[in-house]
Ligand binder design. Structure first.
Ligand SMILES: [Zn+2]
Length: 276
């Protein structure tokens, strides 16, 4: 077997050994807590560098989720190994990237390090035009938001704009806290205004501290959805989008999604506006 064949066989065997990949249900929260911890959290064996014949080869295949940060030197080395992988060179991957981009999706998401658009959608390079900020806001007074919207809609001509919030969003959770810095207070003002319309989502701290976690999670989830829905409405009424919609043939829809971190699921909250 060729060296590459060996590596492929090695990876295949390794992946077969991951119970969570073969049967995602094993990580389901319904698993009874009385089960031994080893059955809930499968023992994953990560191949060490020394065990792999061609490290460059496997760096292009191993899922991102297993790579911890070990310092900037390591980050640059990771990049070189990835970029020099035979599998990418053979298909002239970078030559293709160099030709340009025609993404159909414009993603407005949170800056949270756990919500990585390309990874959770399993789309590749050149497929998503991305804007991220704290708590996935769209602010028409922000040059960054507006220039990206204009570029995405008028020049790239994307067909879908996705506002993606997520559970466990610190930006949303802390938007109404008094201790916020002036910049954060200003940036999250849109969420702060939600409090006037939905006071029930902001219980008194004393009451909140005695609430079961499941109830707190429900309130947070609802606030995350309202925040996403508000951003979708603002984008739909923005002049850039309105101008694009004057062309009756133009496909352009705005969607609201939530990434459920606990499950890993992207969930459509059903607030789509526009032609799909
Ligand atoms: Zn967030």
């Amino acid at each position: 077997m060729s060296p590459r064949g060996n590596v492929k066989a090695h990876i295949t065997d390794w992946l077969k050994g991951l119970p969570a990949l073969k049967n995602p249900g094993i990580l389901n929260s319904n698993v009874k807590p009385t089960l031994p911890r080893s059955m809930i959290l499968p023992q994953i064996h990560y191949p060490k560098y020394e065990e792999i014949e061609d490290p460059n080869m496997i760096k292009a295949h191993v899922p991102d989720l297993i790579r911890p940060y070990k310092g900037l030197k390591d980050v640059l080395e990771n990049n070189r190994k990835w970029a020099n992988a035979d599998s990418l060179r053979e298909i002239k991957f970078f030559e293709t990237l160099n030709k340009g981009q025609e993404p159909k999706l414009f993603w407005i998401g949170c800056s949270d390090s756990r919500v990585v658009p390309e990874t959770i959608t399993q789309l590749g390079f050149g497929q998503i035009f991305v804007h991220r900020n704290i708590a996935n806001q769209f602010d028409a007074n922000d040059f960054n938001c507006m220039s990206e919207l204009e570029f995405a809609v008028h020049y790239i001509k994307v067909e879908h704009i996705i506002v993606c919030g997520h559970t466990q969003c610190a930006g949303v959770m802390n938007a109404c806290k008094d201790h916020l810095s002036p910049n954060l207070k200003a940036w999250l003002s849109d969420i702060r205004r939600v409090k006037d319309k939905y006071p029930e989502l902001f219980p008194d701290p004393m009451i909140e501290s005695s609430m079961p976690q499941s109830e707190k999670d429900k309130l947070h989830r609802r606030l995350v959805e309202i925040n996403v829905s508000n951003q979708v409405s603002k984008i739909a009424s923005n002049e850039v989008v309105q101008e694009a919609w004057k062309d009756k043939k133009r496909k352009l829809a705005i969607h609201g999604w939530v990434f459920n971190i606990k499950k890993g699921h992207l969930e459509d909250i059903g607030v789509t506006i526009g032609k799909q």
